[in-house]
Design a protein around this ligand. Structure first.
Ligand SMILES: Cc1cc2nc3c(=O)[nH]c(=O)nc-3n(C[C@H](O)[C@H](O)[C@H](O)COP(=O)(O)OP(=O)(O)OC[C@H]3O[C@@H](n4cnc5c(N)ncnc54)[C@H](O)[C@@H]3O)c2cc1C
Length: 326
């Protein structure tokens, strides 16, 4: 059995992995990878076309990759901030992308309510702060762009206002954005698993795909447990895609971490003043290692379970580990 529970705080919750593939089959769509991408794909396809035969193949358990190891922020940030998005793609695309991302945050909430997925989804907004003077121009530029683009739900907080929100002496100013939720990502991905299976998607865990190739008009997918032939295949393997030769040169795996603290005492919460389970992130002008803008994100999600101090988790799929296994 996979060591999935040791990979992330979120994955430690009790879980009974589902069945693996049991022999050959022919389907309409095969989805490879059981993270958010694979499971949303299977879910929306099945909802749109209930007659589709869909098989999802997951090497370990659903949520084994970044989907079960992330910070749990459902937010509008698309890798870069609004200012950089406008420079790269222009006003209309930035506005449309932002609104689509905000709608997705609400869509996740609607999904969890409709299907009773108890993943602690709470839409409490995001506080993006400058934690030293050098970050102030970046925060101000973000807010100006949001205003200029006519985006809803942004508020600028000066020093007094931001420090009233969280009592950090390092916070210089901030932007509060309504369109952000926090959630437990492993519970979400496991909920997606349940819902997709209820719709009739076949989900096979502990089923590593070893080879994918087009044969005639179909795709043949080989695993140790059997062969799946499909009209269409969706590769939803994120950074692990480096192991699929046809696309490996388009993929550059990166990694990042989440850090957890011990549960805080009520007195400590009081002193920090970080109420309302708001998500928060700081924007550093430049990372010392990559030369690119760096972000530190955290959320005031109350921890009710044991966790070791400042334990680092995650890794966006970690090419090194994959390579050593392959
Ligand atoms: C530390 C960290 C913090 C993050 N924080 C946030 C955040 O707060 N908010 C946010 O929106 N995003 C965050 N992200 C990014 C987010 O987690 C990812 O974008 C998202 O989970 C990607 O989902 P995915 O389904 O594409 O990939 P993954 O979740 O990586 O899923 C890929 C799946 O493919 C499976 N697989 C791989 N190879 C095979 C194979 N050969 N056969 C079968 N299955 C295979 C893997 O086991 C895995 O389950 C964070 C990421 C990290 C690493």
């Amino acid at each position: 059995m996979s060591d999935y529970a040791t990979r992330s705080f979120w994955l430690e919750d009790e879980y009974s992995p589902g069945a693996s593939l049991d022999g050959d089959r022919s389907v309409d769509v095969a989805v490879i990878g059981g993270g958010f991408t694979g499971l949303w794909t299977a879910y929306f396809l099945k909802r749109a076309e209930p007659a589709l035969r869909i098989t999802l193949l997951e090497r370990e358990v659903v949520g084994y990759g970044a989907s079960g190891r992330n910070g749990g922020f459902a937010m509008t940030l698309l890798n870069r901030g609004l200012h950089d998005m406008v420079r790269a793609f222009g006003d209309d695309a930035t506005r449309a992308a932002h609104r689509a991302a905000a709608a997705s945050v609400d869509g996740i909430g609607a999904f969890t309510r409709a299907h009773r997925v108890d993943c602690h989804y709470e839409k409490n907004g995001l506080l993006c702060v400058a934690s030293d003077a050098s970050q102030i121009p970046r925060i101000e530029a973000e807010y100006r762009q949001a205003e200029r683009l006519g985006l809803e739900g942004f508020r600028f907080l000066d020093r007094a206002a931001v420090q009233a929100s969280v009592h950090s002496p390092t916070y210089e100013c901030g932007v509060r954005e309504e369109s952000c939720a926090i959630l437990n990502p492993a519970r979400l991905v496991r909920g997606q698993h349940r819902v997709a299976a209820e719709l009739g998607v076949e989900i096979c865990e502990s089923t590593p795909v070893e080879d994918v190739r087009a044969e005639g008009r179909r795709v043949t997918i080989r695993t140790p447990q059997g062969i799946v032939r499909a009209d269409q295949a969706v590769l939803a393997t994120n950074a692990y895609s480096v192991h699929f030769p046809p696309i490996q040169r388009y993929v550059a795996p990166i990694y990042s971490y989440i850090v957890l603290t011990e549960p805080l005492t009520p007195a400590r919460w009081e002193a920090i003043g970080w109420a309302g389970r708001k998500a928060s992130r700081t924007v550093a002008p430049t990372s010392t290692t990559t030369g690119r803008p760096a972000t530190v994100a955290c959320s005031s999600a109350a921890r009710t379970r044991r966790t070791s101090t400042a334990r680092a988790s995650a890794h966006n799929t970690i090419a090194a580990r994959m390579s050593s296994r392959a």
